[in-house]
Design a protein around this ligand. Structure first.
Ligand SMILES: Cc1cc2nc3c(=O)[nH]c(=O)nc-3n(C[C@H](O)[C@H](O)[C@H](O)COP(=O)(O)OP(=O)(O)OC[C@H]3O[C@@H](n4cnc5c(N)ncnc54)[C@H](O)[C@@H]3O)c2cc1C
Length: 436
């Protein structure tokens, strides 16, 4: 039987190295660069590229990928433990070559790209030389992809794309975009769309607005509103079969969601660490914050929430490794995805409260993390949609009960038990040994 909550010594050694590397090398870089994803920023390149090289030498580069794609084939459980360490930083995932959305886009290209697309985009993407964009959500609604209006029409040996996309994160830096468009308007909604690789310099792509979000200080918004007007791409840039966009999207979304959750564990752990340090350091009315019971409650509630969430994430990662089939763990991933924003909101909120005015100031990151919790409640699908998916899965296969009252009410169960044990009960009663 294999069951345990301890790392084997080799893994622990790697994780200890990562922890030290993150604290000593990556956290300081976070303080001076604007956006770790921007490959055109010379300061970012000067600071991040040498760190990436050290990660490669340590054989921890692109740990989400299997050996066939140049990764160490870590598996999701080990990746979860690694990502926890990276999650406390902004640049960590980029330094380790496992950042969203590029990690998911690489998985799509690896599964569905032609040799030419792999050579042109997958290889430099995995090497960290370029970044990419996943362009799916549309301005009139993201939660219901069946309502998307962007179209792609085959014209000779080219697809012609027309439409608008919204929140296409990192489009301003991307070398290519993965775009979802209606190709089979007469098919049922879930079979009507296809997925394409669109080179970012293709004529007809217009950046309508560079949208920025609360919580991210960036000089130019990195969630871009794009308009595609007669954008022509080669026929071979279709990913997977015509009409299979939903299946292709799942290749990236399942992994992407759980990877965000792994990193969020690290984020809330670091909020917790600061919260406890402040509680034992600050004194008011003659005693430490740590000695006030209402503060103790905040500490206890935070720890419980973090550990519950962490266990759910690790269990889900374990199930992905075990079954190697994202469809089989979709409900688990939805549960993790729905739990994630609340844990971050609650823990970051308590960290603000315990730090008082300092906590709400821009001298600590908690306010940013509160906003981050709302990003997490939307990106890769709204919390409500994931809860609905989870509930539908959990309810599937449960049969309705006949009758006015369910058969599990206590009077019914007691009557059944009395009938089953009637002989013993009546013998005991005859002996005058009344069990009641
Ligand atoms: C930081 C960030 C980065 C993102 N990056 C990308 C990206 O790179 N590429 C991309 O394509 N998209 C991206 N998105 C968009 C994201 O996928 C959408 O925000 C998400 O799918 C929700 O769509 P929407 O914003 O249009 O909200 P809407 O669909 O308008 O939904 C609004 C609200 O309605 C409610 N709601 C919706 N559906 C249901 C339902 N079935 N049941 C109950 N309530 C419901 C929920 O409360 C939901 O939050 C990003 C979003 C964020 C916040």
């Amino acid at each position: 039987m294999s069951w345990g909550f301890e790392n084997d010594p080799e893994l622990q050694e790697e994780l200890d190295w990562v922890e030290e590397f993150v604290r000593d090398e990556i956290e300081p870089v976070d303080q001076v660069i604007e956006h770790a994803w921007n490959p055109r920023d010379p300061v970012r390149n000067a600071l991040i590229k040498p760190l990436q090289q050290r990660v490669r030498e340590r054989k921890l580069w692109a740990a989400h990928l299997g050996p066939e794609l140049g990764g160490p084939g870590y598996g999701q459980l080990r990746l979860a433990l690694l990502n926890e360490k990276l999650g406390r930083t902004h640049s960590g995932p980029v330094v380790f070559g496992c950042q969203a959305p590029d990690s998911g886009n690489a998985e799509i290209l690896a599964h569905y790209g032609t040799d030419h697309l792999k050579k042109t985009y997958l290889e430099p993407l995995i090497e960290g030389e370029i970044v990419s964009c996943f362009s799916m959500t549309e301005p009139h609604g993201g939660s219901d992809p069946t309502g998307f209006r962007t179209t792609a029409v085959l014209d000779g040996d080219e697809w012609v794309i027309n439409g608008e996309k919204w929140f296409s994160s990192h489009a301003l830096w991307a070398e290519f975009l993965i775009v979802m468009a209606v190709t089979e308007p007469d098919a049922p909604a879930h079979k009507s769309m296809s997925m394409f690789v669109v080179p970012a310099d293709t004529p007809g792509i217009e950046r309508v607005r560079d949208v920025s979000v609360w919580g991210h200080d960036e000089p130019v918004g990195s969630h871009n509103h794009l308009r595609y007007t007669d954008v022509r791409i080669p026929a071979e840039n279709l990913l997977g079969e015509r009409g299979q966009a939903f299946a292709v999207a799942q290749t990236r979304l399942g992994g992407g969601r759980i990877h965000h959750a792994m990193r969020t564990v690290g984020l809330v752990q670091s909020a917790f660490e600061m919260m406890t340090r402040r509680a034992v350091s600050r004194t008011t009315k003659g005693s430490r914050l740590a000695d006030k019971q209402l503060v103790q409650e905040m500490i206890a509630d935070s720890w419980i929430q973090i550990e519950q969430f962490r266990l759910l994430v690790l269990r889900t990662a374990w199930r992905i490794d075990r079954y190697n089939d994202y469809r089989r763990v979709r409900a688990d991933i939805s549960a993790v995805k729905a739990a994630m924003p609340k844990v971050l909101l609650d823990v970051a909120g308590r960290a603000i409260q315990i730090h008082g005015s300092l906590g709400i100031s821009k001298e600590l990151p908690f306010g940013k993390w509160v906003m981050e919790s709302f990003h997490m409640g939307l990106a890769d699908g709204a919390t409500e949609v994931h809860k609905v998916n989870l509930a539908q899965f959990l309810l599937r296969g449960t049969e309705p009960d006949d009758g006015l009252f369910p058969p599990y009410i206590l009077p019914t169960r007691r009557a059944e038990a009395q009938a089953r044990f009637a002989e013993i009960l009546s013998a005991a009663a005859d002996d005058g040994d009344d069990p009641a």
